[in-house]
Design a binder for this molecule. Sequence first.
Ligand code: ADP
Ligand code: MG
Length: 687
Amino acid sequence: MTQKMLSEAEGYDILRKYDIPVPEYQIVKNGEDAAFAAEKMGCPVVMKIISPQIVHKSDAGGVMVGIGSRKAALGAFTKIIDNAKAYNAGAQIDGVMVEQQAEPGLELIIGGRTDPAFGKVITFGMGGTMVELMKDVTLRILPVTEDEIRQMVREINAYPLITGYRGAKPRDEETLVRIIGNVCRFFEENEHIVEFDINPLRLYESGACAVDARVIVSDTVHAVERKERIPVPIEYFTPRSIAVIGASQDSTKMGYAVMHNLLHFPGQLYPVNNKRSEIQGLKAYPNITAIPAPVDMAVITVPAIHVPAVVEECGAKGVPMVVIVTAGFKEMGPQGKALEDRVVTIAKGHGTRIIGPNCLGVIVPPRGIDTTYVRQSPKPGNIAFLSQSGAIINTVVDWSLAQNIGFSNVISVGNQSDLDFLDYLQYVEKDPKTKAIIMYIEQINDGKAFMEVVSKVAQSKPVIAIKSGSSRRGSAAASSHTGSLSGSYDVYMEAFRKSGVIAVHTLTGAFLAARMLAHPKRYPKGRRAVVITNAGGFAVLSSDYAERYGIELIDLPRNVIEELNEFLPDFWNKGNPIDLLGDATEKRFEKTFDVLIKHGDLWDMAFIVDFPNLVLTSEQLAKQILRFSERTENRLIVTMLGGDSLNVGREMLKEHDIPSFDELDFTFRVMGRVLWQMFRVKAPGLL
Ligand code: ADP
Ligand code: MG
């Protein structure tokens, strides 16, 4: 693949075809011609160096503006050439461009690049020579609608400069929207263009003008490898019989740990070992063929080199699914890749599906299935966890035991040689036990296919994602202004947002979000919130966190305050957060909740924050929260701040899928993430 940069003149010519205004220009090779061109065009003019090696012309002293006469143009020509030579002695100089000087205007940038997973991406933001300093840009994955373009324009911090800041006249937003639309079309229709930036685009009170264009073309067209997708029947994940190939009696072996975790499996379990007749108390078979009954799933732990033969045997026996725990495949380089390809071909020949290789496999706690070597199997629950890292599964499972969090499924995707994230997503979407899905993602190959599938899944179940690695991949963006403004990580975040996936930054946040959203009411309808607490200090902190994470605390209308005045002490704060004071009893909470039930149209979610004390047991509060929850359509989010003394209440709520959190900042932050996903709320804490 070779890439080259078009000259600015070539860039202008393409943009003009897409109805994007650019200055008149002329290319000159000597001072005389420059002077002549300047006069003909009408001073003042701008002169710029033309060199394929000089990407940022200003840095090379290659741009001169405000050239007011013939004579000045003559001098400018020599100066620009001298500057360019001093900057890069080896640069090829193709002449100088003389162009009309555009009126000063608001300098914006429109850029585009090609993401290895998600394809063409468009960026927009504050332009000029200080773009890297400002970093005020937003991005979208193509294609985009006009509505999305309008939203993009409104999203940058500098948007007030467009609408008219401090008495300035508003600028031509309509033209801007139209130009961005045309730029998108230009990028989509020219498949060889892999990257570009128009910096700056000058925006006026009426109209606009692009005064620089850097366009990179490639001789190869970017294409994501699309894989043939054969759906996996859901029963494949609920085997009635499992064979462990490489089962071991030696506690230092992987085949021992896997067997050990499967001993609780209520179905048929068959150890396969060619040296022993009994493994961990069960009759062992020398090979899978010797098992006298059908096998629904085979877990393979033998060394990589033996895997093709074992998969061949499994296929011949008609095993529908194999879990290859063994490592030493694609992740080891070309030789490993070849071995993996062989295994895939063999399996395909028999219609056998593969989980892995190089994975922990699957845990389905409600069915007693655990093909992994985690120290202790997790508890059953309603969260499905799909992970590209095995180590993270070990950690999360261990941690979940102490946190009393259970799973419907835990799947380690491994090398995804056959089944991949998309298959697992489709499975957990159908799995009735799963109420929320968490994914830990390192990299996705086919971004468009991912978005298609996950958008659908996210409509029926909340999907939460943690994406690791904010570093940039691929060299396509390396030379770019815009490339450094938005990395691959930002593209993932945008893909998640567009697909309805909640993006979080930490594992703890992921589980909080999953627990919050596993409730049947799922998302709040809007951003309006009330806070009810018996702790004055937490009332203040709640206001701080709400502001930081983009949650709108409503002002209570007069009539609501009057209704509350009826039974609250005279000196209550008469505002939101509603501080019921430290001596608040069950009755006081109940009456307050009643007022909020009655005025349910004023708010979308209620944060209930309490601390342990002697006038209110956690049980009493939980009882009132449950009553409140039954009588409102809105979302309740409970934070019980204290130690074990609150456990009775916490358990009561949990039984009704109302999680109670124990850290206030996190509670607001996670809800803020949810709102960001839904409404693109901008808040300082969500950056
Ligand atoms: P660079 O390669 O450094 O980005 P540009 O072509 O963008 O070079 O020129 C640098 C700056 O000069 C621009 O940001 C813009 O402010 C100004 N400029 C360039 N061309 C024109 C023009 N035709 N009219 C007015 N100003 C211009
Ligand atoms: Mg520029």
